[in-house]
Design a protein around this ligand. Structure first.
Ligand SMILES: [Mg+2]
Length: 242
């Protein structure tokens, strides 16, 4: 009887081992596949998706920005004027590196159609540090967050839904998305500071700081603004007008 029992236990042990070996092998091969895929990605996309340096750098920018904004808000903001912080979305708040991976896998380059499909998937992730920064800004009084992005205005709803899912949306936010090709960012910046066009109902606002990943996200030759002080540039080696 005891012999039979020991034999039964041995069988169970062997069966368990065979299952474990099976699971481990599939895990290993999945890991190998992912590593292989990552190794094939172009350096720019791999740096954004895989490096600790990218995450550290963008968190560093947001940490520095918050220290400055907190001090600026304390010293500058008064209730007589309406103040705003203008933030770009893509590669500033939203991380679209998965779109770049899809392009690479399909041997494609950027095109407005596939970009629109991507935006409607609502799968953008957060640039590290952006949510913490936005949460801090929301706690300040008399600051309006304006998201000024070249996402097309027709894609406002999926953009908002993506941001709701990521926890970076509030009802009082203003979105100034692109209406058409001629609707450049400087036109929308002027609407904010002059209280015209889409900003007519809000009135003119003073801009405390700008955030973006491209030169066109910032005002040109304005001595009130300095990079690292009240303008913050984020790294984006994946695309741009260079
Ligand atoms: Mg951008």
């Amino acid at each position: 009887m005891i012999k039979k029992y020991i034999l039964y236990l041995l069988c169970l042990l062997c069966y368990g081992c065979s299952i474990n070996v099976g699971i481990d092998t599939s895990k290993d091969s999945k890991q190998e596949q992912t590593t292989e895929q990552n190794l094939k990605l172009p350096n720019d996309v791999r740096w954004i998706t895989n490096s600790s340096e990218y995450k550290t750098l963008v968190k560093q920018i947001y940490t520095q920005a918050w220290e400055n904004i907190d001090a600026l808000a304390f010293n500058t903001i008064n209730s007589k004027e309406q103040w705003a912080i203008i933030m770009d979305l893509d590669e500033t708040v939203l991380d679209n590196s998965d779109y770049q991976i899809k392009l690479f896998e399909n041997n494609e380059t950027y095109n407005p159609e596939s970009w629109s499909v991507w935006v409607n998937l609502k799968e953008a992730k957060l640039v590290p540090g952006s949510k913490e920064f936005i949460d801090n800004v929301r706690a300040l009084e008399n600051i309006q967050l304006i998201f000024l992005s070249n996402r097309m205005a027709k894609n406002l709803t999926p953009t908002i839904e993506n941001m709701i899912a990521l926890g970076v949306y509030a009802e009082q936010d203003i979105f100034l998305l692109r209406e058409n090709k001629a609707d450049k960012k400087n036109i929308r910046r002027d609407e904010v500071t002059q209280g015209i066009g889409r900003m007519k109902d809000y009135g003119s606002m003073k801009v405390l700081a700008y955030f973006g990943d491209a030169s066109h996200d910032f005002p040109e030759e304005d001595s009130q603004y300095k990079f690292g002080y009240n303008m913050f540039m984020f790294p984006n080696p994946m695309y741009g007008k260079w």
